[in-house]
Design a binder for this molecule. Structure first.
Ligand code: DX5
Ligand code: ZN
Length: 249
């Protein structure tokens, strides 16, 4: 649908029935599966293990969109290469060898991305642009999704728009923006209008307790469509086949 992808967050699915949930999501036609890997060291949470990701890989053809929130990126990247994931981003804030890691990911045939915590300046991307396919903007603090009171940063729209501008000004129009954290039915139109290309779907959208997965996905698509129209009116629409879709195909 349009140029915006929907990436359900695996850690928001029923953890006792992951295989069933993933198969259902694939049937519903989502674009990829967002796989958060936390080590409880980078941030205080550890919802999913490597072995679960490995076993799930055999049960779906959906691309795995891995978001590392760990301090030992080298170890986790090696594991993900071995499993055979399709997209992978890691946090620049904890990586002493960013350029080397990006090369390693790309050499493994995985689409590389950089993840940024909410308050990290966009300038951290400056010398990554030639090596990345996407930027993941965290719109909550990593690892705190389970905290009931955690809300989306108030500067989310401004951050997405600034990131789109940062990329475009540097000739990196092809680099996609993925947004992660409290993406909701209500804020999707504004965030898509600001330039978001891939939406991580969690507790406030696809897994919202007010509906089932099919109903919620439909509501998400309607919200995306509303944002897409607004995005067109501010001249942000790109080609019909977005880069991330070609990469994950
Ligand atoms: C945050 C994770 C997210 C998160 C999304 O640490 O990266 O993928 O679980 O969940 P919601 O949308 O409920 O914040
Ligand atoms: Zn994530």
């Amino acid at each position: 649908m349009m140029g915006v992808g929907i990436a359900p967050s695996l850690i928001c699915a029923d953890q006792c029935n992951l295989q069933r949930e993933v198969e259902h999501l694939e049937d519903l036609g989502v674009d990829m599966l967002h796989v958060d890997l936390l080590d409880s060291h980078f941030s205080p949470s550890l919802p999913l293990g490597i072995e679960a990701v490995r076993q799930l890989r055999a049960h779906t053809t959906l691309p795995f969109d891995v978001h590392l929130m760990v301090t030992n990126n080298e170890f986790f990247i090696a594991q993900m290469v071995d499993i055979g994931v399709q997209r992978l981003c890691f946090h620049v804030e904890v990586s002493p060898h960013v350029d080397r890691l990006l090369q390693q990911v790309a050499e493994a045939g995985i689409s590389p991305g950089i993840a940024l915590k909410p308050a990290t300046p966009l300038s951290a991307l400056e010398y990554c642009l030639e090596r990345i396919d996407f930027v993941l903007l965290m719109l909550i603090n990593p690892g705190f999704a389970g905290h009931r009171g955690e809300t989306q940063i108030p500067y989310a729209g401004r951050r997405v728009a600034a990131c789109r501008q940062f990329l475009d000004e540097r000739g990196s129009e092809r680099v996609a923006i993925e947004i992660d954290g409290r993406v909701s039915f209500d804020n999707i139109p504004g965030l898509v209008a600001a330039g978001a290309d891939i939406l991580v779907a969690g507790s406030q959208s696809l897994f919202h307790s007010g509906g089932d997965l099919a109903t919620n996905l439909e509501r998400m698509r309607e919200a995306v469509a509303a944002g897409w129209v607004r995005r067109g009116s501010v001249g942000l629409l790109q080609g019909p086949q977005p880069e991330w879709r070609q990469q994950s195909a």
